[in-house]
Write a protein that binds this ligand. Structure first.
Ligand SMILES: Nc1ncnc2c1ncn2[C@@H]1O[C@H](COP(=O)(O)OP(=O)(O)OP(=O)(O)O)[C@@H](O)[C@H]1O
Length: 357
C-alpha cells in the first residue's frame, strides 16, 4: 500500500499543504520549529485519530481554526485506489474510508503506522504501560480477534474494580469467571505474538548490533504456576482491601535481557536506541511476513544519539524494507550516506510550508 497523495489542512503550523510522497523513503528536513513533526503528526492522525504529542487531539488544530483535516489517496495492494480522511474539531471527529463513516479501529487497521519518535526510546525504561501498548499494537494487527477479547477484558476489569471499591465481595466472585475467560484469551494472543516476534527481532538486531545475546522475557501479569482463577481467589482479601485487581493481563510486562541481564540497566544510550528500533522494526517485519500488509513508518528526529554509521545502516535497511517511510531531521546530512538509496524524495519544511525540489 502506498500513500500517493496527502492533503493537510490546519495541523499546527501547517495551514494547507499537499504532498506527493515517494512510495519508498521520504526525507523531511527543515530548521527547528519549521513544522517537520507537525507533518508526521498529520500522517499519524490520519492513521490513528490521535496525536502522538498531545493528550488532546484538538491541541493539534491550528490556532484560530475550528477544524483540522487530513486526507489521502492510497493505492492498495490489489492496485485499487482508496480515499481516506479525518476531520476533527473541538467536539468530535469524522473518519471516512471510501466515503463510508468508519471507526478509529477501522482506520488503524486500514493504515498500519509504526511511529518512532524521541519518546519511543523510553520503551525499555519507562513504566510497563508502554510495553503493553507495544505488544497490543502487534497483537491487534496480527490477530483480528484480539481487539474484541481485549475490549471485553477491559470492560470486565472495570466492572470488577468498581465492585471491589464498593466492597461487594459476592458480586466480585461472579465476575471472576468472566475476567478469567477474556484474560486468558488476551494473554494467549500476546504470548503467541511475542513468541513469533522474538526470532524476527533477533534477526533485525543482528544487522545493527553484531554478536549480542538477547532474549525477550514476557511476564503475563500473574504467577504462571497457577491458574488465573486460583490467583484471583488467592488475592481476594488483598483486592478487597485496596479496591483493585492485583493480578491479570493488565499487569503484563516484558524485559529485554542483554547477555542475561536487564538491558535497560546495562546498555549504552545508543545501544538502547538501536534495541528499541530493533523491536519496532521487528513488528513491521513480522506484520509484513505474516499478512503481507506493509506498514507506514514514521521516524521523527532521527539524528539524536545515533552515530553516522548506524544512521546510514538504518536508512539502508528502511529503503530495502519495501515500506513507505517518512523521516525527519534538521539536515539531509543527518541521514548518513544516502547516495545508494533509490527512489527517495526530500521535502523541505519552512514556516509550515512544504516544498519538494
Ligand atoms: N496548534 C498550533 N497551531 C499553530 N502552531 C502551532 C500549534 N502547536 C504548535 N505550533 C507551532 O508549530 C511550529 C512547528 O512545530 P514542530 O514541532 O512541527 O516543529 P519541528 O520542525 O518539528 O521542530 P524541531 O526541529 O524543533 O523539533 C512551532 O513553532 C510550534 O510552536
Amino acid at each position: 500500500m502506498t500513500l500517493l497523495k496527502l492533503d493537510i489542512l490546519s495541523v499546527r503550523n501547517i495551514h494547507r499543504a499537499t504532498l506527493l510522497p515517494s512510495p519508498s523513503v521520504n526525507f523531511i528536513i527543515g530548521p527547528n520549529a519549521s513544522g517537520k513533526s507537525s507533518l508526521l503528526e498529520a500522517i499519524f492522525i490520519l492513521g490513528r485519530a490521535r496525536s502522538f504529542r498531545a493528550a488532546q487531539i484538538r491541541q493539534a488544530i491550528e490556532f484560530d481554526q475550528t477544524d483540522l483535516i487530513v486526507s489521502a489517496q492510497v493505492r492498495q495492494q490489489n492496485e485499487q485506489l482508496s480515499q481516506l480522511g479525518i476531520q476533527i474539531n473541538q467536539q468530535k471527529y469524522d473518519i471516512h474510508i471510501n466515503r463510508e463513516t468508519k471507526s478509529k479501529s477501522d482506520l488503524a487497521y486500514f493504515l498500519p503506522l509504526q511511529l518512532i519518535h524521541p519518546k519511543s526510546y523510553r520503551l525499555l525504561d519507562a513504566g510497563p504501560q508502554v510495553r503493553r501498548e507495544f505488544i497490543d499494537w502487534g497483537s491487534f494487527n496480527d490477530q483480528p480477534n484480539f481487539l474484541p477479547a481485549w475490549r471485553n477484558f477491559k470492560k470486565v476489569l472495570q466492572q470488577r474494580n468498581s465492585l471491589l471499591k464498593r466492597g461487594l465481595a459476592k458480586e466480585v466472585h461472579v465476575w471472576n469467571l468472566e475476567l478469567v475467560k477474556y484474560g486468558v484469551l488476551v494473554n494467549e494472543y500476546r504470548e503467541n505474538y511475542i513468541r513469533r516476534l522474538q526470532p524476527v527481532f533477533l534477526d533485525v538486531c543482528r544487522y545493527f548490533l553484531a554478536d549480542v545475546d538477547l532474549e525477550l522475557n514476557y511476564f503475563c501479569g500473574w504467577d504462571r504456576e497457577q491458574d488465573l482463577l486460583q490467583v484471583l481467589d488467592r488475592d481476594h482479601d488483598k483486592d478487597m482491601r485496596y479496591g483493585y485487581t492485583h493480578s491479570g493481563p493488565h499487569r503484563a510486562d516484558f524485559k529485554l535481557l542483554f547477555h542475561g541481564r536487564n538491558a535497560r540497566d546495562y546498555v549504552s544510550r545508543g545501544q538502547l536506541k538501536l534495541l528499541v528500533l530493533g523491536l519496532k522494526l521487528a513488528q513491521v517485519e513480522l506484520l509484513h511476513l505474516h499478512s503481507g500488509r506493509p506498514v507506514y513508518i514514521l521516524i521523527d528526529d532521527l539524528s539524536a544519539e545515533l552515530d553516522t554509521v548506524n544512521r546510514t545502516k538504518l536508512v539502508k535497511y528502511l529503503a530495502d524494507l519495501n515500506c513507505q517511510v517518512f523521516m525527519s531531521s534538521t539536515e539531509l546530512a543527518d541521514f548518513g550516506e544516502i547516495n545508494d538509496i533509490e527512489n527517495y524524495k526530500v521535502f523541505h519544511v519552512e514556516h509550515g510550508a512544504i516544498a519538494s525540489p
